[in-house]
Ligand binder design. Structure first.
Ligand code: RFL
Ligand code: PHB
Length: 421
C-alpha cells in the first residue's frame, strides 16, 4: 500500500491533521493502536483557544462547536478567599476561549473522517517506523490479523507521550527537557450545574482546585492531590468537601454536589523534545511535548503544531516547496516553549509544593497579588491564556542560518533536566 502521509495516532492531533490534509486532496492513512470507543472514553481537555477554534472551522468541523461550545471572555482566580476576574476579552481586543470537551472535538473529527471515506486503521498492533531518515520511509503494522506495509513520503508522529514515533528516532539525536511535579490532579465529572459562569482557578494553602464545566448541566472539577494518591481512596463525599474547603466560602456554599460520572488522577509534568523532527518524521502534539494542565495548553499546542505541519505539507504538495520542511521544528518550538513557560508559571503560582517553606509561600502569594493588581500583569495572563499567535513559517534562509556551523548550538545529546523550579 502507498500513501502520501502516514499519521500515527487518532487523538486530536492525528485526526485534525488528517481532516485538514484530506480537504486539500493530500492522501493520508491514520494508524491507531486503540479502538475508536477507547479513544473517545478518555476525558481530558476542556478549553480551546480561538486559534484552535478557527482551525477546526477550517477543517470543516466547526458547526457543533459553534452551536454547543460555551464562549468565555474571562475566568476567575480565587486568592485569599476572594474571586478576582481576569477579563481576557478586555486585555486582548475582544478575543475569547471556548469551553468544549476534547471528547467532543475527537467525536466530530472521527465523524468527518468517516464521512470522507479516508482510511483509518484502528486496533493496529506492532506499529513500526522504517527508514525515516531516507527519501522512502514506511510503516508496518498488524491489522485484523494481516501484516500491512505502507510506503509514504512523510510520517506524522501524533501518538502521544508514550507512542512509538519518538522512540524511533536515534536517542543521541534528541534532547529531552523534563520537570516532574510532586503532585497530581484528581478530576471529577458530575451532572450538576457549574458553580460559577466562568472557570475558577483557586490557590489555597492546602492545595490547588479548579472549577470547570462541559455544559450548563455538567461540571468538571479538579483538586491537587499527592503524587502517590489512589483514586479508590477518594469517595465522592471526600472530593466534594476537599473542593469546597479550597474555594472562597461564598463559592463553596453555592457548590451543587452529586454522584460522580467519572473520577481519575493525572500526574503533572512538563516535557519538551528537541528537535521535533528527524528526517521524514515529524513529532506533533503530546508526542513532542507535555505541559501540566494548569494553563489549558496541551491540546491547544497540539493544534498549533498541526497548523504548522499542515501549512508546510500544502506548500510541499501544491507548490513544490520542499525547502520549507526543515522549518517545522524551529517554527513550533518557539511557541511551545512560551506555552511551557506559562503552564509552569500557573502551576508554580497556584499549587502548594511540599518543599515550600514560609518564604516560598509568601513569594507565591505576593507574586499572584502583584499580577492581579497590575494592568500589565493581567494583560500578560490574558494574552497567554487566550493563546499566543501561531508561528509564521520560517524561510529556508533563516533555518539554514540556525543550522549553519557558525551558529552556536548545543550538541544534540540525550539530556534530562529534571530538577529546578
Ligand atoms: P493523544 O490525545 O495522547 O493521542 C495520541 C493517540 O496515539 C495513540 N497511540 C498509538 N497509535 C498507534 N501506534 C502506537 N504505538 C500508539 N501509541 C499511542 C493513542 O492511543 C492516542 O489515541 O495526543 P494528541 O493527539 O497529541 O493530543 C494531546 C492532548 O490529548 C493533550 O495535550 C490534552 O488533553 C492536555 N490537556 C489539556 N489541554 C488543553 O489544551 N486544554 C485543557 O483544558 C486541557 N486539560 C489536559 C487537560 C490533559 C489532562 N490529562 C489527562 C493529563 C486536563 C487533563 C486532566
Ligand atoms: C477542563 O475543563 O478539563 C480543564 C479546564 C481548564 C484547565 C484544565 C482542564 O486548565
Amino acid at each position: 500500500m502507498r500513501t502520501q502521509v502516514v499519521i500515527i495516532g487518532a487523538g486530536p492531533s492525528g485526526l485534525l491533521l488528517g481532516q485538514l490534509l484530506d480537504r486539500q486532496g493530500i492522501d493520508a492513512v491514520i494508524v491507531e493502536h486503540r479502538s475508536e470507543a477507547h479513544v473517545l472514553s478518555r476525558i481530558r481537555a476542556g478549553v480551546l483557544e480561538d486559534g484552535m477554534t478557527s482551525l477546526l472551522k477550517e477543517a470543516g468541523v466547526g458547526q457543533r462547536l459553534m452551536d454547543e461550545g460555551m464562549v468565555h471572555g474571562g475566568f476567575a482566580i480565587a486568592h485569599h478567599d476572594q474571586l478576582r476576574r481576569v477579563d481576557v476579552a478586555h486585555y486582548t481586543q475582544g478575543r475569547h476561549v471556548t469551553v468544549y470537551g476534547q471528547t467532543e472535538v475527537t467525536r466530530d473529527l472521527m465523524e468527518a473522517r468517516r464521512a470522507s471515506g479516508a482510511l483509518s486503521l484502528y486496533e493496529a498492533s506492532e506499529v513500526r517506523l522504517h527508514d525515516i531518515d531516507s527519501d522512502a520511509p514506511s510503516v508496518t503494522l498488524v491489522h485484523q490479523g494481516e501484516t500491512l506495509h505502507i510506503e509514504c513520503d512523510y510520517i506524522a508522529g501524533c501518538d502521544g507521550a508514550h507512542g512509538v514515533s519518538r522512540r524511533s528516532i536515534p536517542q543521541d539525536r534528541l534532547s529531552l527537557f523534563e520537570k516532574v511535579y510532586p503532585f497530581g490532579w484528581l478530576g471529577l465529572m458530575s451532572d450538576t450545574p457549574p458553580v460559577h459562569e466562568e472557570l475558577i482557578y483557586a490557590r489555597h494553602a492546602d492545595g490547588f482546585a479548579l472549577c470547570s464545566m462541559r455544559s450548563s448541566t455538567r461540571s468538571r472539577y479538579y483538586v491537587q492531590v499527592n503524587a502517590d494518591e489512589k483514586v479508590e481512596d477518594w469517595s465522592d463525599d471526600r472530593f466534594w468537601s476537599t473542593l469546597s474547603h479550597r474555594l472562597p466560602a461564598e463559592v463553596g456554599e453555592a457548590l451543587v454536589t452529586g454522584p460522580s460520572i467519572e473520577k481519575s488522577i493525572a500526574p503533572l509534568r512538563s516535557q519538551v523534545t528537541e528537535p521535533m523532527q528527524y528526517g521524514r518524521l515529524f513529532l506533533v502534539g503530546d508526542a513532542a511535548h507535555i505541559v501540566p494542565p494548569t494553563g489549558a495548553k496541551g491540546l491547544n499546542l497540539a493544534a498549533s503544531d498541526v497548523s504548522v505541519l499542515y501549512r508546510i505539507l500544502v506548500q510541499v504538495y501544491h507548490h513544490g516547496r520542499k525547502d520549507l520542511v526543515p522549518s517545522y521544528s524551529p517554527t513550533c518550538l518557539d511557541r511551545v516553549w512560551k506555552a511551557v513557560r506559562f503552564s509552569w508559571w500557573m502551576t508554580n503560582t497556584l499549587h502548594s509544593f511540599p518543599e515550600d517553606d514560609g518564604f516560598a509561600q509568601r513569594m507565591k502569594d505576593i507574586e499572584l497579588s502583584y499580577m492581579l493588581d497590575s494592568v500589565a500583569g493581567l494583560a500578560s495572563i490574558a494574552e497567554n491564556y487566550v493563546g499566543l499567535p501561531y508561528g509564521e513559517l520560517l524561510s529556508s534562509e533563516v533555518v539554514n542560518k540556525f543550522s549553519s556551523p557558525n551558529y552556536p548550538q548545543e550538541p544534540l545529546t540525550a539530556k534530562k533536566v529534571c530538577s529546578g523550579s
